[in-house]
Design a protein around this ligand. Structure first.
Ligand code: NYM
Ligand code: MG
Length: 215
């Protein structure tokens, strides 16, 4: 029986370089003759994704809880396809997942929307075999600057998101999922660290015949 596909997520703040690292990783896996499907969240192409896009661009207002649930629904739309790909031996590389979902919503500091509440709607989704967290320091983020004009792209929110990512990585089960990589390095060094981490995941999953888990 062929090995199942692996589910790898890249996470981090805006400007951490996730999208280009995802692209490189998918290309490297494909170059090894492996099947790979690269996706990103939010997927702005679906009807729910278009509502999210309008919210992020400031063209539409949403209650904090309502938009949170839309981000989650946007993942559930694709959950069965992710599972089918993994079963068919296709590796799935994802740019942002429910970890972003939790921290960006909780960064609004609303009393009724903490990390625990934020995590609930994603329970039952396929759980990644590893989450590669591209960490950048406050200084490095400030140097890169140049956020766009989308919702959350302010220093105050990004600083709070950074704190919440640390908090999320300090509790189980998320703690087990994260592999932290210094994204302040040169792009090539980051890509090498990502590749090294991914190879470890492949070895671990195949060696123990680990089944895909759920959030
Ligand atoms: N974002 C992303 C959320 O607030 N919740 C989520 O569940 C996800 C997946 O969307 N600032 C936020 C984080 C980003 C914004 O994502 C757009 P990107 O990857 O920058 O296009
Ligand atoms: Mg962004």
């Amino acid at each position: 029986m062929p090995a199942r596909g692996k589910l790898i997520v890249l996470e981090g703040l805006d400007k951490a370089g996730k999208s280009s690292q995802c692209k490189q990783l998918a290309a490297k896996l494909a170059a090894q003759g492996l099947k790979v499907n690269a996706i990103s969240f939010p997927d702005r192409t679906t009807p729910i994704g278009r509502m999210i896009d309008a919210y992020l661009k400031g063209d539409d207002q949403q209650d904090d809880h309502a938009i949170h649930l839309l981000f989650s629904a946007n993942r559930w739309e694709v959950a069965a396809k992710i599972r089918a790909d993994i079963d068919a031996g296709i590796n799935v590389v994802i740019d942002r997942y429910y970890y972003s979902g939790c921290v960006y919503s909780a960064a609004k500091n609303s009393d009724s929307l903490g990390l625990a509440w934020a995590r609930k709607p994603d329970e039952g989704l396929p759980r990644p075999d590893a989450v590669i967290f591209l960490g950048i320091s406050q200084e490095e983020a400030a140097k890169r600057g140049g956020w766009g004009g989308e919702k959350y792209e302010t220093k105050a929110i990004q600083d709070r998101v950074r704190e919440l990512f640390v908090q999320l990585q300090s509790v189980e089960p998320e703690k087990q999922d994260f592999v932290r990589i210094d994204a302040g390095q040169d792009l090539e060094e980051v890509a090498e660290d990502v590749w090294e981490a991914v190879q470890k995941v492949f070895k671990r999953v195949d060696l123990h015949g680990e089944a895909l888990r759920v959030v």
